[in-house]
Design a protein around this ligand. Structure first.
Ligand code: PEP
Ligand code: MN
Length: 263
């Protein structure tokens, strides 16, 4: 992350042996969802080959429609463990229900609280009981104050390993999926010591927009990105249009290298 004027010192969060908020720019990549063994292991291998630092994939998916694919659940956690075994990369996955927290926390290296649950205070309190990294995504309509207070719920429980993730907010604009608020990164860097990463994928909505938004995130001083990638995007069960083929992820990693090195 570039050292910019006005930045508060960042307290790094370690996800296994991967540092977020240190001198480097961290890339977490993987499919929206764990879909099956072949998909998960193939994508994980390719994500690793691209040089990404950690793997993302949802086993429990918060979906707008109750009829959509909601993930493989515990079977998905098992496939994630296999992906970690093969690649050595740490895992990030979402928890959507307090009843799943303990099992999810035991299975992965960082627990994600998604945008739709940013103000699920029971879930935040439960995350506060953990002693492991939590990725807290910004709510669809959350102000920076509301987001920081949500983070406080986790910190107040004694868990200080919180990373914030800007993933786009709901505005009047319909020309893309969500409005990526990169000014939020700049302001959070003034206001909090917590690392801040950006999810360009859910804001972009389509894959062609992901690379420029990811480069912009690096330019404004984000500590990293979490980006959706799939070994065969056309077959993806969730968020197919925004999934990068791993060849595009490789290109993104090359383009991010100068940002990572100037950290
Ligand atoms: C996700 O990361 O797949 C996800 C559901 O993100 P968000 O909570 O930001 O919509
Ligand atoms: Mn997704």
């Amino acid at each position: 992350a570039a050292r910019l004027a006005g930045r508060a010192a960042t307290t790094p969060v370690w996800v296994s042996d991967v540092e977020i908020g240190g001198p480097g720019f961290t890339v977490i990549a993987g499919p929206c969802s764990v879909e099956n063994r072949h998909q998960m292991l193939t994508t994980a291998r390719e994500v690793h080959a691209c040089g990404a630092h950690a793997i993302r994939a949802g086993a429990f998916k918060p979906r707008t429609s109750p009829y959509a694919f909601h993930g493989l659940g515990d079977a998905g956690l098992g496939l994630l463990a296999e992906a970690r075994e093969r690649t050595g990369l740490p895992l990030v996955t979402e928890v959507v229900d307090v009843r799943d927290m303990e099992r999810v926390a035991q299975a992965v290296d960082m627990v994600q609280i998604g945008a739709r649950n940013m103000q699920n205070y029971a879930l935040l309190r439960e995350a506060g009981r953990l002693r492991m990294p939590v990725l807290l995504k910004r709510g669809l309509a959350a102000t920076l104050d509301e987001w920081l207070l949500a983070a406080e719920y986790v910190l107040d429980g004694g868990n200080e390993q919180v990373v914030l993730c800007e993933r786009g907010i709901r505005t009047f604009e319909t020309g893309y999926r969500f409005t990526l608020d990169l000014a939020a990164v700049v302001v959070l860097k003034e206001r909090t010591h917590l690392p801040v990463i950006v999810d360009p994928s859910h804001a972009a909505g389509t894959r062609g927009r992901v690379l420029p938004l990811a480069l912009a995130a690096a330019a404004v001083g984000a500590d990293g990105i979490i980006v959706e990638a799939h070994h065969d995007p056309s077959a993806a069960l969730c968020d197919a249009a925004q999934a990068l083929p791993t060849s595009d992820l490789a290109e993104l990693m090359r383009r991010l290298l100068p940002a990572a090195q100037s950290a």
